[in-house]
Design a protein around this ligand. Structure first.
Ligand code: PEP
Ligand code: MG
Length: 948
């Protein structure tokens, strides 16, 4: 990071001309060990290309890219020449900011300088007498408040204040006015009602530059018994231009203006009402900047020179931010535009500038005097970070993947993969393209309506009804029309707008909103297919094998079980949440089978084995017959197991283990009991929370927990307090973006930072219990302090809400907790081992990693050693231990876990009858023997082979 610092300023320098000044500057850099003397040639060469005069008596000399080899360390130095030096024939400089930058860090310096130079500081530069004065004037930021039309969105789909805040933040974020974390600083409780349904909310953390975004929802939103029809989201910091802000407030405190604001839905008109900068409705063209080092001084000078050849006004914005004149070097540099950012130029109508847009776009595309490498989609997706070589690892081709959901399935392949659409990007006939688009949308809407009418599944009807609404969204349509007016063809305008909207949604890493992005792409592809005449992928009539790159939990949840016989994916892991959902639905699944599965021809018969991960493409008839027979055998075993599912799980030598169910929905407890659950061993309360659009209050939670306890009719309920974070975000509990969410603020680490949330959940649980057997456990405990802090909160709550039948425990998911179990066991009532996370953290393999997750096997001896230590520690102090990770239902793991002495196995309720049946065939003494051998094994594979 380059910074302008007092100690880097040299006052009182003298040079008779530019050549001498450059020598003086290089000497300073050499003295400070930033460059070798040869750098001087680089400075001279750069000045020959074009002078580095910036304006207002300042120059920014720097070397050519070729001279970077002489840079020892990146740095910047400032030299003040009180008598001035003629720099480019007509302009004299008094201050030289000499830069030695190994890459494009100097853009930051330029941005600082050019922001300061928006005001006229030439006299202060010339007459400065101290280093402090210089740094102060360069750092002086002009007061600012971004308030322009691009920060206003109307008819925004929003169901609640969270949606509104998200949308308002998105507008600010897109224009780099706030950074990740800003949304967390917005507290809905602090919203102020200005009147007439207009509200404001302010935050000052994570603000890059003061700004106001304005959101108007499609329908007024309920908030604290009032309604919100307009929300002003104010990002404020100490650079906030108070006079401008007060002018805005004066408007908002005027009832007549406020009324106009409430009634108006056109962002252009709204901008006028509140005195925001209006984006002129001028012809525009956009282009992605491909210059490796961004829009630095040299290409920017070229751009200024080209723009100045036109009489008409030309303005430009980067990534839809504030518009600046394309004829001002300072203003262009203040954009700080980097490679990959989109420059949008607008030209004054009825002037030569309109035709000039073509020349400007061509010049930017050609690199503005620099050689440029074309920019590809992948690079853009990488968010314009520095160019790095990305190592990719291909999966090995084989006909097996990771067994993710038990069972054999076969049927025609239904391969869902990205389809190719070919179309011309531009068209001159706006009218014809508009008509084409309207026709395509109408056709897709008709198809969807038909689909809704035919579908018997309510959830599917709801999804497609939402798709219909999306296709009617005026904002979406308006955005596409904007593209059409810019002479894009119908498919280009449609695809580009949908993709941009979907990307914007995705960026939040919020699973609900990410799902909306998937929905957007879904309708996007349907319309695009019609526009390009690409036939729809027809779903086979008979139950099929769904083949996809990956399936998200929401994809699986949408599946019609009667139509999808099995799932085969290119990536994914057995303990990823999609696999957990597939198991819960009882659909056989093989995941992480490699990208070659996407090459399987649609309708080819595919056979998958969800028990060992094998799959066969176009199997011989004999194999299918064998599979049918095997499936029938398995069906009979299941029928038999189901007959006895309500009986206990007791081994041949009379050792009993409790069998419980893992659930994530409150109404799943009833089915779990019918499947033979003797308890709920894990209620994933974050999933219960996710079923609500906003944070459930204490009453709502109490009602939810009561449903589970009622259905359990006296059986114990093990509830895990909120485990948000990692791959389970909650839209209304935003967590600032983290580099490693699985190693970040997750589970107890989050709730201890929000003790009110934890307290509220505990109160709801204790109130719901009515002295029925309740076991509360805390997730992700890694340190004894966390356990004690959480327990102290619970003890406090217990004083007000006594509960007799309560046990308190922790999940063992972090190796640190397993290793500390001899200490923890003295304080807790029980342990429940979450083998999904325990394996992930022991093996240091992301549980959902597309390529590695198969290697994260919970039967790895290292994980078993941790389980063994935990069980022994617990039993020494008379405490019980359960397993609630996916390992608990793995037929190979059951004897090992029993042999290690666990007291409870908790699993997806569909697995219960089979696991109980298996236990009844086992001998506990034999299990103990196997377990001891397993602890001596050197690999998970060796453990899996033990029983064979
Ligand atoms: C586990 O980690 O094993 C567990 C049961 O918790 P979750 O899968 O919800 O993270
Ligand atoms: Mg876990």
């Amino acid at each position: 990071m380059l910074a302008l610092d007092v100690q880097h300023v040299r006052m009182d320098q003298h040079a008779v001309d530019k050549a001498q000044a450059l020598e003086c500057l290089v000497n300073i850099l050499v003295e400070d060990k930033l460059v070798t003397p040869e750098y001087l040639e680089g400075l001279k060469a750069r000045e020959q290309q074009s002078a580095t005069y910036l304006g207002q008596g300042i120059a920014i000399p720097h070397g050519t890219p070729q001279s970077r080899q002489y840079i020892l360390e990146t740095g910047v130095r400032l030299a003040h020449f009180p008598q001035g030096v003629v720099w480019d024939g007509e302009n004299k400089i008094y201050l030289a900011v000499v830069i030695a930058a190994k890459s494009d860090e100097h853009l930051q310096v330029l941005q600082i300088l050019t922001r300061a130079l928006i005001d006229d500081v030439s006299d202060r530069v010339k007459n400065a007498t101290s280093a402090e004065q210089i740094i102060e004037l360069l750092h002086a930021q002009p007061p600012s408040l971004a308030l322009h039309e691009n920060l206003i969105a109307t008819q925004v789909p929003a169901n609640d204040t969270d949606d509104l805040l998200w949308q308002a933040t998105q507008l600010l974020k897109q224009q780099k006015l706030v950074e990740p974390g800003f949304i967390c600083a917005l507290d809905p409780k602090q919203m102020i009602h200005l009147g007439e349904g207009t509200w404001s909310i302010t935050a000052s953390e994570h603000v890059l530059s003061p700004a106001v975004s304005i959101i108007k929802p499609e329908h007024p939103i309920e908030h604290q018994g009032e309604s919100i029809s307009t929300l002003l989201c104010i990002a404020s910091n100490d650079q906030l231009d108070m006079p401008q802000f007060n002018r805005l407030m004066d408007i908002l405190f005027d009832p007549s203006q406020l009324e106009k604001l409430t009634q108006e839905n056109d962002s252009h008109q709204i901008a006028q009402i509140i005195g925001a900068e209006i984006i002129p409705d001028w012809p525009s063209r956009s282009v992605t900047l491909a210059n490796a080092h961004g829009l630095h001084a040299r290409p920017a000078t070229q751009l200024v020179n080209i723009s100045k050849t036109f009489k008409g006004d030309i303005q430009v914005s980067a990534d839809d931010g504030q518009l600046v004149s394309a004829k001002s070097l300072t203003k262009l540099l203040s954009l700080g535009c980097k490679r990959g950012q989109v420059l949008t130029f607008i030209a004054e109508p009825n002037t030569d500038a309109v035709a000039g847009l073509d020349d400007i776009i061509a010049a930017v595309k050609n690199g503005l005097g620099e050689e440029v490498e074309p920019i590809d989609e992948q690079e853009l997706a990488n968010n314009n970070t520095d160019k790095v070589e990305v190592l990719t690892f291909e999966e090995e081709e084989s006909n097996s993947g990771i067994p993710a959901s038990s069972g054999l399935a076969f049927g025609p392949a239904h391969v869902i993969k990205p389809r190719e659409f070919k179309y011309e990007r531009n068209s001159k006939n706006v009218k014809a393209e508009t008509a084409k688009l309207e026709q395509a949308i109408a056709q897709v809407k008709e198809n969807i309506r038909q689909f809704i009418a035919e579908s018997k599944v309510e959830a599917i009807k709801q999804i497609f009804t939402a798709h219909l609404e999306m296709l009617d969204d005026p904002d979406l349509i308006q955005g596409v029309h904007k593209g059409l007016k810019q002479n894009l063809s119908a498919p280009a305008a449609w695809h580009e707008h949908i993709e941009a909207a979907a990307k914007a949604q995705e960026q939040l890493k919020d699973h609900l909103l990410a799902e909306r992005a998937a929905d957007l792409r879904d309708i996007g592809e349907r319309v695009l297919a019609v526009l390009c005449g690409v036939p729809d992928v027809v779903e086979p009539q008979e139950p099929y094998i769904l083949i996809m790159h990956d399936v998200g939990p929401s994809d699986v949840a949408r599946l019609d079980k009667d139509r999808v016989a099995g799932i085969l994916t290119a990536v994914g892991g057995a303990s990823a949440h999609s696999a957990i959902v597939a198991r819960a639905l009882g659909i056989p699944a093989v995941v992480g089978a490699g990208s070659s599965v996407l090459k399987i021809e649609s309708n080819t018969t595919v056979l998958i084995n969800g028990d060992n991960g094998d799959f066969v493409i176009d199997p011989a008839q004999s194999l299918i017959e064998h599979a049918v027979a095997e499936r029938e055998r398995q069906r009979q075993i299941r029928i038999e197991a189901e007959k006895h599912c309500l009986e206990p799980a007791i081994t041949l030598d009379k050792h009993q283990v409790e069998i419980a169910a893992n659930i994530g929905k409150v109404n799943a407890a009833g089915k779990a009991v019918k499947d033979g659950a003797e308890a709920i061993g894990l209620l994933r309360t974050e999933l219960v929370f996710m079923a609500h659009n906003s944070a459930p209050d204490e009453k709502t939670q109490e009602a939810d927990y009561r449903v589970v306890l009622d259905d359990l009719a006296g059986r114990p309920l093990v509830v895990r307090t909120l485990d948000v974070g990692g791959d389970k975000p909650l839209p209304y509990l935003p967590i600032a973006e983290e580099e490693n969410p699985f190693l970040g603020i997750r589970g107890i680490r989050l709730t201890l930072r929000k003790p009110e949330l934890l307290r509220q959940q505990l109160v709801a649980l204790l109130k719901a219990s009515d002295n029925r057997p309740l076991r509360i456990m805390f997730p992700m405990i890694g340190r004894v302090e966390e356990w004690r802090a959480a327990k102290a909160i619970l003890d406090e709550v217990r004083q007000d809400y006594p509960c007799e039948n309560l046990e308190v425990g922790i999940m063992i998911e972090v190796p640190a907790a397993a290793l500390l179990s001899p200490i923890l066991a003295q304080e807790v009532d029980f342990f429940s081992i979450g083998t999904n996370d325990l394996t992930q953290y022991t093996m240091a393999i992301d549980r959902g990693h597309p390529l590695l997750s198969a290697e994260a096997d919970g039967l790895h001896p290292s994980v078993l050693l941790l389980i063994d230590q935990t069980v022994r520690a617990a039993h020494q102090y008379g405490k019980w231990v359960g397993i609630c990770g996916e390992l608990a239902a793995d037929p190979k793991a059951v004897p090992v876990l029993m042999g290690l002495g666990v007291d409870e196995l908790s699993m997806s309720s569909t697995s219960i009858p089979l696991v109980k049946a298996q236990i009844r065939t086992l001998n506990f003494a034999e299990c103990q023997n196997i377990a001891q051998k397993a602890l001596q094994c050197d690999s998970a594979t060796a453990v899996r082979q033990l029983g064979e």
